[in-house]
Design a binder for this molecule. Structure first.
Ligand code: FAD
Length: 410
């Protein structure tokens, strides 16, 4: 079957790779190079135990404080506020206590097998070295802040996420050079990271092409649904017909669907990183400052500090003051760090209000399969999403119950 995949971020590349393994004739389309969108500069964490919705009560109660702090993890550009308010209202509603358990179950189901589902793809692409099962460490400055996250650890524990409380001396032994203010730690031994998310996405795309897939660099301008079994894509460089089409265009997916009259509440939560190419400190695993919500990840090409959420839409220029705000936090985490020459980056997290992606057929269009909205955990969720998309196209029972991710839930 001819299958078109729109978007060569990590989600689209994983979907294309799994579809190819099923023997389909797959065309992967991106207006840029594979992996140059949000999948390029993320924190790299692979978090099978991530199951806390972004709007969980413990998160929401911090929002006013974060908004007042210019270097805090959350910023809303004043001019964008009127557009963000309806989405934020839905976001807050999704955080009501009665929703948390079902959202946490769905997040856990999507993330649990991330390593297993990357293994065949990365093995085939010759880049399994990028995927590291080191564990990850959340660090806290005060007993009060550790206690404040208690509910999150309970949600994880109920879902069999292994987590281990570390004493101050154990934290120091594990991460030499960590700032003395960080006194408490929780180790997630089954977590890990990708040592270069950009190279991973590109290597998987290269293997896809090497195995006979077509990578087309082109801009999808429109989609026509010819029948229940045919999709017509309008591209800059000429049209393309396919029997199935996967929309994996990350934060831009809603714009494509709007052309078909399908509305989804997809918002971009812009995130930033600063990257120190030749760091003089080397944590052996990703370390996340639970208070500042900043990851420090030891990439193969430097130490990356990533985080922050900015609401400013898809079209506004990056505000690199948000990246610069990460520098003092990096110095706080690693006081000896020399950070004179850091590079910076901004990416668009594709976010739906309930923190779950959409995975499934578009309402009324069985040939159009949606796979976007993975938010803060898209690198983690991409490998399983790729498998699920292939299951849907093949008509196999999916490895994960897809009901929580359906498009018409909003
Ligand atoms: C600062 C930061 C830190 C993060 N840290 C982590 C982390 O530690 N762990 C984790 O699991 N996740 C993390 N994430 C989230 C993760 O990066 C994203 O969820 C994921 O990369 C989304 O992948 P994607 O393939 O859906 O989108 P993208 O990578 O953005 O890919 C979408 C692609 O679609 C293409 N496209 C769009 N429209 C069109 C069109 N009309 N025609 C052709 N092509 C089109 C774009 O060019 C782009 O290449 C982080 C994100 C940020 C910003």
């Amino acid at each position: 079957m001819r299958v078109a995949v729109v978007g060569a971020g990590i989600v689209g590349v994983c979907a294309a790779s799994y579809l190819q393994r099923d023997g389909h004739d797959v065309v992967l389309i991106d207006r840029g190079e594979p992996g140059d969108g949000c999948s390029k500069g993320n924190a790299g964490a692979l978090s099978p135990g991530s199951c806390i919705p972004m709007s969980a009560p413990g998160v929401l109660r911090n929002v006013p404080r974060w908004l007042l702090d210019p270097s805090g993890p959350l910023h809303i550009r004043p001019a964008y506020l009127p557009r963000a308010i309806p989405w934020l209202a839905r976001f807050a509603a999704a955080g009501r206590a009665r929703h948390i358990d079902s959202l946490a179950d769905a997040l856990r189901a999507l993330h649990r097998d991330t390593f297993d589902n990357y293994a065949p793809l990365a093995g085939n692409a010759g880049c399994i070295d990028l995927i590291r099962r080191t564990g990850s460490l959340a660090v806290f400055k005060t007993a009060a802040s550790l206690a404040g996250s208690q509910r999150e650890w309970e949600i994880r524990a109920v879902r069999q996420v292994r987590q281990q409380r570390l004493e101050e001396s154990e934290v120091r032994d594990l991460v030499p050079g960590l700032g003395a203010e960080y006194r408490h730690g929780i180790l997630l031994p089954d977590h890990g990271f990708v040592a270069n998310p950009h190279r991973l996405t590109r290597a998987l795309a290269d293997a896809f092409v090497g195995d006979g897939g077509t990578l087309r660099r082109d801009h999808v301008l429109g989609i026509d649904m010819e029948s229940v079994d045919a999709v017509w894509l309008r591209l800059d460089g000429g049209d393309l017909a396919a029997e199935r089409c996967i929309i994996a265009a990350g934060a831009w997916s809603a714009r494509l669907l709007a052309l078909l009259g399908i509305r989804v509440p997809l918002e971009t939560q812009r995130g930033y990183h600063v990257m120190v190419a030749d760091p003089n400190v080397a944590p052996p695993l990703p370390v996340v400052s639970a208070d500042a919500k900043v990851y420090a990840t030891p990439m193969e090409h430097g130490l990356r500090f990533a985080g922050t959420v900015e609401f400013a839409g898809l079209d506004a220029e990056p505000d690199y003051r948000r990246a610069q705000a990460l520098v003092p936090l990096a110095k706080e985490m690693f006081p000896d760090l020399r950070i004179e020459s850091a590079t910076q980056w901004m990416g668009h997290r594709p976010c739906l209000p309930d923190s779950l992606p959409i995975i499934g057929a578009a309402p009324g269009h069985p040939a159009l399969i949606l796979a976007f909205g993975h938010g803060h955990h898209g690198l983690t969720g991409a490998s399983t999403t790729g498998r699920l998309v292939a299951d849907l196209v093949a008509g196999r029972p999916p490895a994960v119950d897809l009901a929580p991710y359906r498009a018409d839930r909003f």
